[in-house]
Design a protein around this ligand. Structure first.
Ligand SMILES: Nc1ncnc2c1ncn2[C@@H]1O[C@H](COP(=O)(O)OP(=O)(O)OP(=O)(O)O)[C@@H](O)[C@H]1O
Length: 246
């Protein structure tokens, strides 16, 4: 069948309808959740602890088989996932980790290119234990991007990094996303990180999307006055009091 270009332009990278998920001990974790993410759109997902952010991500990644039959999830393209820990195979060097499972004669070349893109040229033969936490996350990003995903899922990928490394990783992730244009769903606890990176921030509460705001900064900078407004609004939505913020 010939591809319908109109369809390809408008089809979302993710469509979730009426998604439910519960675990026996806790009532419903996801309670009829709806979500669309457009191709190339960067969405940050925030919400109090235990509101189902990771549960949603696992469902979208196809890692939760039991979620089937509880709603509709449509993810038409390839999906890559980045976790808080890099999950590199310790018995493989960096390049084989990046291209693990990849087919094709040019896999190694693509892996090398991906490593160069994340600033790790020359480290192809290093072992994971020889890399810093930030470098390991760079490898993890390279491993994701080399698969050219239409959807990149990231579950607090910078949560274990120090503040300075985080800022560097933010810049790197933005650059990579601008170049490769995957749709992104990034789980984060850090409202500033959400605003600094995303086109849209959604907040999960009671297993549904409670807040959905566009990050309408005129320039992507913490000095944009809109940054502070969005920050105050989102912290309010999360129930963080004025006193807590001091
Ligand atoms: N496999 C599982 N078995 C039983 N309960 C689970 C399972 N996975 C998640 N849960 C429960 O579902 C709820 C939501 O968990 P989830 O990890 O999705 O929350 P979260 O919003 O990502 O939290 P956090 O911000 O703390 O990482 C929690 O109460 C958790 O205990």
């Amino acid at each position: 069948m010939a591809a319908d270009p109109g369809h390809l332009i408008t089809a979302p990278a993710v469509r979730v309808r009426n998604l439910h998920r519960s675990f026996s001990r806790n009532g419903g974790v996801l309670n009829g959740l709806d979500l669309d993410i457009a191709p190339g759109e960067f969405v940050a997902l925030i919400g109090r602890s235990g509101t189902g952010k990771s549960t949603l991500l696992r469902a979208l990644a196809g890692l939760d088989r039991d979620v089937e039959g509880y709603g509709q999830i449509t993810v038409p393209g390839a999906v890559s996932v980045v976790f808080q820990d890099s999950r590199l195979l310790p018995w493989k060097r960096v390049l084989p980790n990046v291209v693990f499972g990849l087919r094709g004669a040019d896999a190694d070349r693509r892996g090398r290119d991906a490593l160069a893109e994340v600033g790790l040229e020359g480290r192809e033969r290093a072992w994971p234990y020889q890399l810093s936490g930030g470098e390991q996350q760079r490898v993890s990003l390279a491993r994701s991007l080399v698969r050219e995903p239409q959807l990149l899922l990231a579950d607090e990928p910078f949560g274990a990094l120090d503040a300075l490394t985080r800022i560097r990783m933010h810049a790197l992730l933005r650059k990579l996303c601008e170049r490769h244009r995957p749709a992104v769903l990034l789980v984060t606890h850090d409202v500033d990180e959400a605003i600094a990176l995303a086109d849209r921030v959604i907040q999960l509460d009671d297993g549904v999307v409670r807040t959905d705001v566009r990050v309408d900064l005129t320039r992507r900078s913490r000095h944009d006055p809109r940054f502070a407004e969005l920050r105050a609004f989102l912290l309010d939505e999360l129930g963080v009091t004025e006193e807590d913020r001091r």
